[in-house]
Design a protein around this ligand. Structure first.
Ligand code: FMN
Length: 181
């Protein structure tokens, strides 16, 4: 059984990223378990904490360590990743030499309420994941536009073409995970 951690880049209530992630999680096949990894409670990363880390850091690092792969679903803030997500990436990358993201296959979904689809966030995230040594699904890239129209009132993606596209993306991610586990 492979375990896929899902990190949502938005910490706001009723986030579109969370709603989209909720739709993607069930697309993983038998033999794959998904688990959401919370980032909202992490104190702002400070290198001084490397000596004596807050309990939230330890819990978060242990959670990341325990999964075989990570799916990121994120909005874009000012053409980049939201600060909360960058903070989480930094927390689990340190102390130096103890980067727990290391070697874990990753995949990225970005979304936006505009037509821009979080392109900037998607690629800034890819830049960081490359440095953290995470093999990433290159194609298909997933940029979801107009999120407010993508999910219905109950948070469900009803467009069959979008679900089909997301299923293909998950299948590609699963193949990548199998290569590394
Ligand atoms: C501080 C801030 C900056 C934003 N900057 C961008 C941006 O650069 N590009 C964009 O497409 N949307 C931007 N947005 C809009 C959000 O990305 C958009 O509303 C997104 O769908 C929210 O995702 P969420 O519901 O998961 O939080 C910004 C929103 C906030 C709060």
């Amino acid at each position: 059984m492979a375990k896929v951690g899902i990190v949502v880049g938005s910490i706001r209530n009723n986030s579109f990223s969370q709603q989209i992630a909720d739709n993607v999680a069930p697309l993983f096949p038998d033999g794959f378990e998904t688990e959401f990894i919370e980032i909202a409670n992490l104190p702002l990363y400070n290198q001084d904490y490397d000596e004596n880390s807050p309990a939230e850091y330890t819990t978060f690092r242990d959670k990341v360590k325990s999964v075989d792969a990570v799916l990121f679903v994120t909005p874009e803030h000012n053409r980049s990743v939201p600060a909360a997500l960058k903070n989480a990436l930094d927390v689990a990358s340190r102390p130096w030499g103890q980067n727990v993201w290391d070697g874990k296959p990753a995949a990225v979904i970005s979304q936006s309420i505009s037509g821009l689809s979080g392109f900037g966030a998607n690629h800034h995230l890819r830049q960081t994941l490359a440095f953290l040594n995470m093999p990433i699904v290159q194609q298909p890239e997933v940029y979801l536009a107009n999120s407010q129209d993508l999910v219905d009132g109950s948070g469900k993606i009803t467009n069959e073409g979008t679900i089909e596209f997301l299923q293909g993306f998950v299948n590609t991610f699963v193949d990548l995970i199998k290569k590394f586990n």
